[in-house]
Design a protein. Sequence first.
Length: 945
Amino acid sequence: MTTEPLPTPHLSPAVEHVLQARDPTKELISELRGMAIDEPKLVKATQQKVHPPRPGAPPAPANDPPAPEFITSWKMLEHLYRQSPCPFPSLARGLFTTWTSESGVPEPNIKGEKKGQYRERVKDEVGGTWRIVARGYDKFFNVGEVGWTEWGSLAANTEGPYELTLKSNGCLILVAALTPSRLLVTSKHSLGTRKAKGSVAEDGNEAEAKDDEEELMETPANGSLGISHAERGEEWLYAHLKRVGKTEADLAKVLWERNISAVAELCDDSFEEHVLPIPTDLIGLVLHGLVPNSPSFQSLPAHEVADFARQWGFRPTQIVTVNSIKEVMDFCREGAKKGEWEGIGVEGWVVRCHVHDPNVGKTDAVDELADAVANLVIADPGDAPVKQDKKGKATKTPPYPPGAPFFFKVKFEEPYLMYREWRELTKVLLPVIDGAPVEGVPETQNSRHARGKAAAKPVKIGDRFKRRPETRVYLKWVLKEMLSHPGLFRNYRFNRGIIETREKFLEWAATPGEGKEIWEREVDRTVGQAATEPERHLEEQKKAAEEPKHWKKTIIVPVAIPGCGKTSVAIALKELFGIGHTQSDDVKTKKATGPQFLKNITALLETNDVVFADRNNHLEQHRQQLREVAEKCPGGPARLVALNWGNPAVPVSTLHRLMSARLLARGENHQSLRAKKDDLSFHEDVLWKFISSAEPLDEDEVDEAVMMDPRDELEGNIRRAVELLAPIMGWEMPTDEKLKAAIEVARDYKAGARTKEDAEAGKKKKVQYYAILAELDLPALLGALLTAKSVDPGLTKFWEHLTSTGRVNKRPHVTLVHANDDTIPEKATFWDACAQVASSPTPPRYEFVISHVLTDGKVMALVVDPDSVRVQTQGGSAEWPSGPGWDGDRVKMLHITVGTQGDKVKNVEGGRLVRAWREGKTGGVSVYAFEEGKKVRGVLKGFSY
């Protein structure tokens, strides 16, 4: 049959620009450096110090170039890889670069660069060259996860041979040449650490080497003992080399001359467990790729990689080669039924092929694969296939030119996904072993290990953990185990005990008695009908998979907080496309507005194909309510399309400032939440409650999602929503004239009649303290720093405690004056001055520099450089703040409390720590000094809690 001509495979403009440059490597790194300055949330550059040669290593040959002192690791915001076009100049995951100069010119420093200026100045960088030291694969996706990995797209746009390599169950390790005689071993984004250990012999017989490998298999070297992935990978590398009589210099010479990186998987349950147990013959470094260190993605054939692995002592990966997509599907269909291959439980396969030239005909027509697509049934017929991506779905061609290598993944859904779900659920429940209660589970309220402890934040179990009957049974069992044997889970957060816990549960569920009875009652009853008629059930699944989903109705679901601009977007969409629109704020019932709001949506769906459900929907339960409306929609299949303003790149303090200003600007133009110029604390407190209670959107909650940006103003919001929704909804893009007209309609919108303001009726909360609300993302600032830099272990350990227990301050601030602090001279005057600034409709911006981070094991604090504090004047200049309270001694104590050990340690301890450190009392204090300081901005606010 005649088929439509295929679109040309595309390169994103950013990647194409790099590859067409005279010096692609220089252009790539220049573009990355520019993005790291202009868009630091999207691209992060981490400069890491190269550790010295291994103890006992032979001296470098005289003709070797000097090893670089620093290596830069590049990390891009993960979910943007799937956007089309991708904003990054490279799709690489795992990229390490360095600057080399024969004349000793130091690497150009991007610190202190201002946004927008670096790209103009970069061409002046002379005296050295950039080099890619190590490189991983380009980001690749599961089948169906993005548009270009749908089976039909793969059949049309790829060509064989198709090499299927077993998907290893571990963590990525890169091995590259630092010099012609030295190796660099990294994890995906880090060089790791090295401790002073005994020298590793470069020679030795094979029997001794096998002993070394066996010793590593038995060594419990997980992250809880402070050993990094890169370090454990390095240990395995030298054990493998020794087994085949090779040395570091031997391998470095080959990698240097060929300018390639070895891409391996660290598979070692004694170090870190994942989901599936690792067979004995695969423990160590499984080599699955050899990648040239170039801006464009290339990869050596899988069989050449396997030969290289055997030559150099790595564990080779399993390979199956077929010639067509249909053969790939047939092979994977059989594997999906079993969830294993050759008796080994496997996660799935990575398929390696090449991009097909659309101008050359193919024998595999997409239509001929329809039956094969339908036959790719997940082993458990009760589960849906892999979720499709929301952003790249409309793009059907891969982001590479014809002939380029192309990878995709086929993951076996079961039992892998169920096991992974149990692992994630267990980690959510870990606070229970320290006394935290679980919402809706009375047994956890008065457990013996909780009594006598300060009240911990309740654990909330998301609805996604309650859908599968097996997981519901596991939930009851694991809670009981945590309450009776909490010590068994102490190392779970370090990925130890995952497999043992799961096997213990499965044994309990299979043993006659309580476990088996509960399993049969809860699980077998639920799936019993499907189990008695498996052929009919599979046939229904095949039919459902064969027929594409034709949505007849759509509910647009904003996920936002007040001030994001959701109503303006709704008004514009209604003007442009005639959609239905209902607002929860318009509901005037005396009781809860939710039920009536849902009824309004249902009513509008009877006469509209698209309805905008205008409320914040910032809670999972709100989205679940809308899912239930969609499932009951009598007009046909209804989907949820989210407009998600929950952008992780925006610090909560910045979000609060922007939304607060918008609420103030709109004034009375809202049904309920109206900002008061004479009482800013009212709407600001409401905003904090929304921000604090918001639950991030999980991709499984909706059918499509569009990422919005809360920093966009009205016009940018509307344009973004229209451009991203149009291909999903099948709308024709409006002309710019129509778009501008709709924007003006939204701008002129007036809210309906007021509803009762219950919040105003309550007693006004008294301000407890005034502080500078810092626009600072603490995890972004400290996460990479305290794990990638060579810092005091006390800092790293305490930071890991804060992050694992959820105790990182979500509202970082610099306290200026507290109601309970009587140590400030002229406190009343300073209090009144702060109150006046905080109540200003246009408050000035403060800025300061963070100089140090401290911890004593009880509290962590950031130290403010006392000479750096400035406030913007009305004229725009920055001046030292004047008046009582800003004296030198007082300012020296300014700080931000990052977090405390537990509820019994109050935030005020951060100030006491800084004071003691200033006074020279440094015993037991771990310190890190920022090289150039971190400039932070913020506004002065009054806080009631």
